[in-house]
Design a protein around this ligand. Structure first.
Ligand code: ADP
Length: 171
């Protein structure tokens, strides 16, 4: 069974990667599909996002990366995918994701949305959080794949702040 994992991935984070790796264990093939979100001003062009995802997922033999300008259901139909994979982090994701799943169901009754609950350590993580930290010169190496962190630093042309060890209170 083929699953597509649609999203903006601007840029891919360790949270996305976690969903991708787990999806690859569940399905014969997973296709990450990068979409241009008309409501968001992107940091990276689609071609660079695809390249970042490819470089971060070389260890996954049953993964493909693609982009599409259209509806996810259309892409799924064109590629015989029967599953739309999405990640759920917090309750606030749920309302939007459920609405999207129901809407997609009205467009294609045969396509099932499968949600993977995020690993707890990634539950706070989003592409926007990463960009916000990097914009103010903070380190993001622990939040995104290494190659992506370098792209982000280049983009903001700032060096990461070395995290200071927390001094112990004198007793
Ligand atoms: P979109 O613009 O479609 O929301 P995103 O790139 O932000 O695209 O997210 C794509 C999918 O990945 C969504 O289902 C989102 O909930 C999920 N996702 C994002 N961050 C994480 C994370 N840290 N853990 C698990 N799933 C995540």
């Amino acid at each position: 069974m083929i699953a597509i994992y649609p999203g903006s991935f601007d840029p891919i984070t360790r949270g996305h990667l976690d969903v991708i790796e787990r999806g690859c264990r569940l399905f014969e093939q997973v296709i990450v599909v990068v979409f241009q979100n008309p409501n968001k001003m992107p940091l990276f062009p689609v071609t660079q996002r695809i390249d970042q995802i490819r470089r971060s997922t070389q260890h996954l033999a049953n993964l493909k990366v693609d982009s599409f300008d259209g509806l996810a259901v259309t892409y799924a139909r064109l590629h015989q995918a029967k599953v739309l994979l999405r990640g759920l982090r917090v309750v606030s994701d749920f309302e939007m994701e459920l609405q999207m799943a129901h809407t997609n169901k009205t467009l294609d009754h045969d396509l099932e949305t499968v949600f993977l609950a995020t690993s707890t350590e990634h539950s706070f993580l989003s592409s926007s959080v990463v960009k916000e930290i990097a914009r103010f010169g903070g380190p993001v190496d622990h939040l995104v794949p290494q190659a992506v962190a370098l792209d982000i630093y280049k983009c903001y042309a700032k060096t990461p702040i070395e995290s200071e060890p927390i001094a112990e209170e004198p007793r």
